[in-house]
Design a protein around this ligand. Structure first.
Ligand code: NAD
Length: 282
């Protein structure tokens, strides 16, 4: 199987979907971008235009390459057929399953569905699908254009040919793909959970402010501290991932979600994307 010339549908035009659309378009694919919130796909394309202009201004992209990439992205207001669908919608098992059922009704038999889930079992997501072998995890990291790693996640029913095709595609896009089996949190999010959890416990114990925690971890060599990283990821997404990993580990205390983060979500302080999280963003 070769996805080199695949027509790509990206579903979900949020933080991750917009970045995935940009990378796929810059790699030469025709990309359609769908979001069920009216106007989101168009807004994401407008933001991408500004991002690409910024790359041109910095001399990292030619004006021609930027306009060609942008022209390859078509916002759509309904799901459309494609050779490869990359799903980047809300981190919720039932919502993703419902989407896959809708997609299977309109996709050709050979089409591949890749999910950008951070934590939900690919095995469980495939249950009920007509062709579970075509579902594979394609887990990008944020911000997608900058982060090299892509976890290619195989569930019990994933066809190895599909996983290999997605692996090769990610490599062609300049990413560093790795194969992994679908276990809770896969590789990176499993290791990252305690990193966030300890920061949240320090906050709950009133041992340190977010600024101090972040400054310490940066001084220790991390690119970002845990609080600023959670603000970048989005607390709604990060909290959903923690809940999913907690449940998938049979409620092992090590993965217990935090009340501090629950409150941020309840307040709508979702991080950068809502203008306020641990920090405020203009
Ligand atoms: P986001 O909230 O920024 O965007 C999600 C988008 O999906 C929204 O625009 C929303 O309107 C849309 N959406 C929701 N339900 C939909 C549906 N049924 N059909 C079509 N569109 C729908 O979220 P995000 O941060 O981009 O996360 C998306 C996925 O990527 C999640 O599964 C998340 O776990 C995963 N992920 C996130 C990060 C991160 O750092 N934020 C990193 C890796 C993976």
């Amino acid at each position: 199987m070769n996805l080199q010339d695949a027509r790509i549908l990206v579903v979900g035009a949020g933080l991750m979907g917009a970045g995935i659309a940009q990378v796929a378009a810059q790699a030469g694919h025709a990309v359609t971008l769908y979001d069920n919130r009216a106007g989101s796909a168009e807004a994401a394309k407008a933001k991408l235009a500004a991002t690409l202009d910024g790359l041109v201004a910095k001399g990292r992209l030619t004006p021609d390459a930027a306009s060609a990439a942008l022209a390859r992205i078509t916002p759509v207001d309904t799901l459309v057929a494609a050779d490869l669908v990359i799903e980047a919608i809300v981190e919720n098992l039932d919502v993703k399953r419902a989407l896959f059922a809708e997609l299977e009704a309109l996709l050709p038999d050979a089409a591949v569905i890749a999910t950008n889930t951070s934590s939900i079992s690919v095995t469980a997501l495939a249950r009920g699908m007509k062709r579970p072998g075509r579902l594979v995890g394609m887990h990008f990291f944020n911000p997608v254009p900058l982060m090299k790693l892509v976890e290619v996640v195989s569930g019990l029913g994933t066809d190895p040919v599909v996983a290999q095709a997605v692996f090769e595609l990610a490599g062609r896009w300049g990413k560093t793909p790795v194969h992994t089996r679908s276990t809770p949190g896969f590789i990176v999010n499993r290791i990252a959970r305690p990193y966030y959890a300890e920061a949240l416990m320090l906050l709950q114990d009133r041992a340190a402010r977010p600024e101090l925690i972040d400054a310490c971890l940066r001084a220790a060599g991390f690119r970002m501290g845990p609080c600023e990283l959670m603000d970048l990821i989005g607390h709604d997404t990060n909290f959903a991932v923690t809940n999913s990993v907690f449940a998938a580990n049979f409620y092992d205390r090590r993965f217990t979600p935090s009340l501090v983060q629950q409150e941020l979500v309840d307040a709508g302080y979702l991080g950068r994307k809502s203008g306020r999280g641990f920090y405020r963003y203009p």
